[in-house]
Each structure stands twice: as C-alpha cells, then as structure tokens.
Design a protein around this ligand. Sequence first.
Ligand code: BES
Ligand code: MN
Ligand code: ZN
Length: 494
Amino acid sequence: MRLFVATASPHRQKTDCAIVGLHEGSGGFTGSAAALDTALAGRLGRLIKRGDVHGKTGELRLIDTDGAACQRVMVVGLGKKGAFGRKQYRKALLAALGAIAKTGARDAVSYLAESVAEPDAYYDARLAAEALGAALYRVPAIRSVRKPAEPALKSFGIALAEASQKSATQRGLDNGRAIAAGSALTRDLANLPANVCTPGYLAQQAKELARSYQSVRTQVLEERDLKRLKMGSFLSVTNGTDEPAKLIVMRYDGGRAGQAPVALVGKGVTFDSGGISLKQPPGMDEMKFDMTGAASVFGAIKAAAEMGLKLNVVGIVPACENMPSGRATKPGDIVRSMSGQTIEVINTDAEGRLILCDALTYARRFKPAAVVDIATLTGACVIALGAHLSAVMSNDGELAGELTAAGLRAEDRCWHMPMAEEYHEQLKSNFADFANACGRDGGAITAACFLAKFTDGLHWAHLDIAGTAYLTGSHKGSTGRPVPLLLDFLLGRA
Ligand code: BES
Ligand code: MN
Ligand code: ZN
C-alpha cells in the first residue's frame, strides 16, 4: 500500500475517489466539498437541496463524476459542525474506506482532516492510516469455499489541512502504517481458533518475528526451564492440558545499548475452559481470545520494529491452556510462585493472574524502566466498563496517567481504577499467603491487587482488556486493541 500526502486542491487531485465531508444542518459543505461542488457544476449542492443527502453521522454516498479529475466522490456525513472530533473522524474514515474497498477504486484521497475539531496533523494522518489498515483487514478465515476477492485499493492519500505540516503528516502516515501492521498481527493471532493458535504456535510466531526483523530477538522457555525457575504458579495452570506451555521472550532493541527497557507482559491463555472450575457453555468459544494480551505484545513489538522505534522493549508472554483433567489443579490446591509467595487456588478459572504473577517476577531480571501487563483478566471489568474502555490499575500514578493520556491521543481509551488497601483484604487465605480469587465485588480491582503483590519496587501498570479486546455477536472478532494505546505510550517514552 502506498501512503502519500496529497497537496493538490480537491478539484485538481487526480484520484479514483475523493473522500469529502458534509456537515448536517446549516454547517453544510466543508471547504473541499465546496471546491468540488463548483468543479462539478453544483451537483453536490443539488443532492442536498433535493434532500438526498443530509450530512448525518455515518451517512455515505458514492457519486460518479463523469470524468472530473477525481473519478468518484465519496460524500461522508460528519454530523453537526463542532461535534466532529478525533473519535468521529476515525469512525467516519473507517466506514468510508470500508465502502471504497468494495469498489474498483485503486486509490483514494481523504479530505476529512480539515473538518476535525482541534486538528493535529500527525494524529489525523496516523489515525487515517490505522483506519485504512482496519478497513482492509480480513480475518484469517478457514473456509472450504473460495475467499472473497482482494480489494482493488492500492494507494491512499491524505490531504494537508495546512501546507506547513507536510512532515508531521508523513510521519503520522508512517507510524499509522506500522501500528496498523501490529494491530493486524494481533487480530490474526487472536482470531485463530485455539486448535491452531496453541502455545507452541505462538512460540513459532515469535521466532518468525525475529526472522523478519533484525532488531528483534526471541527466546522460548520450555516447561523444564519453568520448573528450574520455580514458576509453580504458572505451571499449576497448565497441569490439566497435554499442550506444552511456553514462556516467550521477545527483545526489541531500538534504543541505545544499556538503556532500561519497557517490559510488556501479555496473558497468553490460548484457551480458557475455566479448568476444574469449568465455565458455562454459552460464549465459551470466545475464550480462544484469552490470549489477546499476548497477541497485543506481539503486535506492539511488530509495530515498534516496523517504525524503528528508538526504545528498548522486552515482551514477555506466558502461554498455556487452562483445561480440566485428572492432572488438573483443583480448587483448594496451594501452589508456590516464583516469588516464593504461596497461593491458595480458590477458583481455577482465575488462571490469568496465576500465569502473570510468575511472568512479572521474571520481568525483574531485565531491570525494566516500567512494566505494563495486558490481559483479558476479568469478567468484572466488562461489567464495570463495557466494551468501550480498558481498565488501568497501577502502583504508580504517573504511569497510569501516561497510559490514560496515550489512550486518549490514540483513540484507544482506558480508565484509571483505584487499588486501595481495603480491596487487598478480600484476598486473605486461611491456608496460604493469599488466595487467587474472592467474592465478585470489585473483581477487576481485586485481580489487579493480586498482581500488585508481585510488583513491589517496580513501576508497574496493569491493563484489563477483557471488554475491549474483541467484539461479540455478529461482529465477533478481535479489535486489535490495545496496540494503538501501547504504541502511543512507547512513542512517548522514546
Ligand atoms: N478469561 C477470563 C476473564 C474474561 C471473562 C475475559 C469474560 C473475557 C470475557 C478469566 O480467566 C476469568 O475466568 N476470570 C474470572 C475470575 C473469577 C473466577 C475470580 C471471572 O472473571 O469470572
Ligand atoms: Mn479464567
Ligand atoms: Zn482467562
């Protein structure tokens, strides 16, 4: 895909499809739409006058121009003037590019950035490139019938709102392309079924990343290594399955030698049946997505390598299945974590924290500047924040602020949740140092409190992405989140 900065005015720009905006009500035409309307002898204006287009949010209309410089115009409804922010901009582009990808247009140029309230050349370009990647993404479908045809779209331009911003716009397009590539990898891995995407498959994909990028090195630890490291908590989760667990370590070295890395730790439960605390059948298939935290670490490493990010990053992925069997861990069992702390496994379905705690302890050996873990950790998080925002909990208010700000800028938002001492009391155990589960109250927070017991002295934050990692229902599939948030955070540190 060619991404470029378009500098010609819309009626002079040679393109298969110009994407222009139209506001609702008296706001009317945007500057580019007005210029095109003149060039098309008032055709756009007539559409409005007749009541054929209204400029409502989400409205799309493809118009043939009979041989003007642009062959087609995609008129995009922007809603009320002033209410068109970065979020609406991203959504509008996603819809428009999705529709254009179904046409024969081989290239398109967007004029929507000029309408964004509080415009920012870099972010407006980056979000456009990300939206393009998302619009062209196709799930790795495993079907016997032939796959749908590839979209014809091969080139995409974004028009400058201001001539002085060419370099910021180009940088936004480049970074957006890298983030889109990372998100696509995350989505591919997460969308694959658990009988394909096993811990071993993830380990192979990590080695593949190291083959593709000189800046990435991969190391895979096997179960015998995990035993030697005394990761009794991680190993207790994989007891019930025949599929070998892996601890995957990916190092991206883009910063100066010796610079403390940022550690990203991703929950890689390739299937979460709940174990002996077996889940209910409805929606159980969605537990193939329980490795999305891990997949987002893969995606972040790929995006960092694609853009040549000037920062050292280490990705740590504990990967296993959570299955019931005669060898599975039982409720009431007590396990010893790598940290030495003992855990009473009250509920084998609270397995994410059991694998993450040992991975977090392992992260210490990299002397990280900051540690961020990413996990589809709790159903309680979905109850608290729904599918729109991820949760962030941290032992470091500044780090939580950094992630929240990154999410806002990247249009991949998260919300800072509290982690007060009172919540810790819920994890008390009569038989071990603490329990892995407790009552349902504040479930997303108590899960974070459990992880906090392993992160003393680290600058650590936890992202619970249980609600945001994937969509359910007819749009079931991975969202590629929180790769945009993570990259924004990493860019801020580079
Ligand atoms: N993977 C689940 C969390 C989850 C639930 C993610 C729904 C996405 C959608 C996690 O391993 C889990 O089962 N958590 C339990 C914890 C409880 C037993 C303390 C939960 O949320 O019910
Ligand atoms: Mn579970
Ligand atoms: Zn789980």
